[in-house]
Design a protein. Structure first.
Length: 123
């Protein structure tokens, strides 16, 4: 199995004489990491990609006034643009006092991968 990249967070590995890697057996780990990066990164934070990221943390402070439809659109459009290999099957955003949960069910058809990313954020 070919290695795609190093596993994050970095973990030392004696087997590879370096760090743990992501291969086709644990490809969903890399996909989950990429989706988290898209959702958590503030626009302008990533060099040379000023439009990359949803910047979800800023919405935590707007909780009573959060537009769920806009947030869903923002997440969906960012995933389509920066992770086009991912097809979002379902996206649920749950907001309670001081708590925001994103449940993103996705599929990668080329690799027969289907998974759910649960992202919990609190103030």
């Amino acid at each position: 199995m070919p290695d795609y990249t190093v596993k994050w967070p970095l973990e030392f590995s004696n087997i590879n004489n370096g760090f743990e890697t992501v291969d086709s057996g644990n490809l969903n780990h890399m996909i989950n990491f990429n989706l988290k990066n898209i959702i958590l990164t503030e626009p302008g934070e990533r060099l040379f990609f000023p439009n990359f990221g949803v910047g979800i943390k800023r919405y935590l402070f707007e909780q009573p006034n959060i537009d769920i439809e806009f947030l869903s659109f923002k997440i969906t459009s960012q995933v389509k643009r920066y992770a086009p290999y991912v097809t979002i099957q379902d996206l649920k955003i749950n907001i309670e006092e001081r708590f925001l949960n994103i449940a993103l069910k996705y599929e990668v058809k080329d690799r027969n991968i289907s998974d759910i990313l649960n992202l919990d954020l609190t103030l």
